[in-house]
Design a protein around this ligand. Sequence first.
Ligand code: ADP
Ligand code: MG
Length: 326
Amino acid sequence: MAGEFALIDKYFARPTPSAVLGPGDDCALLQPTPGKQLAITTDMLVAGTHFLPDTDPKNLGWKALAVNLSDLAAMGAKPRWVTLAGALPAADELWIAEFAEGFFACAAEYGVDLIGGDTTKGPLNLCVTAIGEVEPGQALRRDGAKIGDQIWVSGRPGLASLGLAQLQGKIELPGAWQRLCIAALEKPRPRIALGMALNGIASAAIDISDGLLADLGHITERSGCAAALQLVKLPHLPKGESYNADLRRMALDCQLAGGDDYELCFTAPYDQHIAIGRIAADLELPLWCIGEIIANPAEGPAGQVTVFDPDGQPIEFDHKGFDHFG
Ligand code: ADP
Ligand code: MG
């Protein structure tokens, strides 16, 4: 069985044209593009917490990288480099080869080089750090939303958690939904091109990892405002032959509070709506205007995200998103 260094060499040390020095030394060496700011993010994927232990290793490799690139997307940054630290229970070469295949497929798709990492024995745990570049002052922060800004969301949040519910046997999705929802869960597409296109257009942005309401809540909290969403403006989920009231309710829950979608939620001044429509067309990615940033109420909690039904009545939800310690 291969040792640590042989495993790294065989599966993780690949050419790194974007780095001065890649894997193999004590550190990697990078030359940032002159004049750019670096955007740096780390995310950990723990077996049993973030993914089912028997998840297909190829999908896991893709996802471990994709969720980190999604944070760069939410910042409007261009991805450049990544590191990978992994604790593996055993040197199972078949597993590692498939994991690496998924990881490097995602790296190739989004143009990043794996420049280093750490490999150790332990309960399955994967930690990726991603480094991107952004024009100074252009990063899409959470604290920039202004009262009157429109609230937008990309794609169809909710698909990933519907896919998870299907895999866990909690629901039986109509045939047409199944592949779509499971693909959204297993192979999320970080919205890099969208994030970069929103430079100079969006006032704030976040990627939806913990659920639309919860993540939009981070924008309102940081920006010192509140949000009003219109139920009828939420993206339609695909209907199927067995679409019924139960499924409709479940779909709405997943849409508003389901995690793992990695779509972007962003705010922008009203007069950017034509530019945003153009971006949607260019990227062939649906962008939905789902509500508006409003002032915090004179009394009551700040940063609230409220969903209104067609009669203008607020809708109550029992859970708002995923919180590891909540
Ligand atoms: P050190 O003991 O100096 O931290 P390591 O033995 O941990 O070095 O790693 C040796 C080299 O292999 C380093 O350059 C490190 O970045 C790289 N490396 C280790 N694990 C990985 C991995 N999973 N993917 C990419 N590079 C890795
Ligand atoms: Mg090390």
